[in-house]
Design a protein around this ligand. Structure first.
Ligand code: F6R
Length: 266
């Protein structure tokens, strides 16, 4: 795991957007795994800016979102499809047929989970997977106790996640109780995982995921097993890490980040 600590949320967000932009320019038919949530808002804003001002081209890009609420139609403002449409899809030149989310309204959700796995496989697998982390330690909706080998399936939300997502849905009682999510095993098959976390409320769970033992109690800790996982944090989210100094040093000194460093100091 490579953990990069940036001085501000803006710098962390910009770095994630630039990673996406670089990968997409190198491989225009990139298979991009997407996440929803507050953390990702800035990333999508920056990608939209790069599309408008620097011609970043999504016309051949294929996207797969991590998850979707079960039983919530795409027209409902709580649905991830609706959120993605508003915050990203309608602002860039992605082709509708290249955009994929699980269908939370499918009459047979188990069949839908199998279909989604198959769709990812037939696209050649995810090249770059963007991830956030929930206060409960989830990636996607892989709540604590999720099998670290799980595949796309229906998962019940923990009370902690329901509280986290209450503002999104307009109150705790309006948060759907179940979601279709890529499994931890599905996520681990992406060629590159980039997890972004911002703010002090994520500091404790980030430290457990990154420096703690690998445990299904913190499904994000499974990323420690991934051969290429980059965790990008602002100072607040990295506030509880024992290896803070090292994580700051990496970005400033490792050749891999040279180009990004130069762009950050025009
Ligand atoms: C969303 C998702 C979740 C979020 C996580 C963080 O598609 O898969 O794992 O990334 O709950 O959410 P925010 O960014 O709202 O704190």
């Amino acid at each position: 795991m490579e953990v990069i600590l940036r001085p501000s949320a803006e710098a962390a967000v910009r770095l994630v957007a630039r990673i996406v932009a670089r990968e997409l320019r190198a491989r225009p038919n990139l298979v991009l795994g997407l996440a929803t949530g507050r953390t990702m808002e800035g990333v999508y804003r920056e990608l939209i800016r790069l599309h408008r001002e620097e011609g970043l081209d999504f016309s051949r890009c294929r996207t797969f979102n991590l998850d979707e609420y079960a039983g919530v139609p795409p027209t409902d403002e709580r649905s991830f499809r609706h959120w993605m449409q508003e915050h990203f899809f309608r602002h860039v030149n992605l082709r509708p047929e290249n955009v994929h989310l699980p269908d939370g309204m499918a009459p047979d959700l188990e069949a839908e989970c199998r279909r989604y796995e198959e769709a990812i496989r037939s696209a050649g697998g995810v090249d770059l997977q963007l991830l956030g982390i929930g206060v409960a330690g989830h990636i996607g909706f892989n709540e604590p106790l999720s099998s670290l080998q799980s595949r796309t399936r229906v998962k019940a939300l923990t009370p902690m996640t329901i509280r986290q997502n209450a503002a999104w849905c307009g109150g705790e009682e309006r948060v759907p109780r179940r979601a279709v999510t890529m499994g931890v095993g599905t996520i681990l098959e992406a060629r590159w995982c980039v997890l972004l976390a911002l703010g002090s409320e994520k500091a404790e769970v980030v430290a457990r995921a990154v420096e703690g033992p690998i445990t299904s109690m913190v499904p994000a800790s499974a990323l420690q097993l991934h051969p290429r996982c980059t965790v990008i944090l602002d100072e607040e989210a990295g506030g509880r890490l024992a290896l803070k100094e090292y994580c700051r040093w990496l970005f400033e000194n490792e050749p891999e980040w040279d180009a990004f460093r130069r762009e950050d100091r025009p």
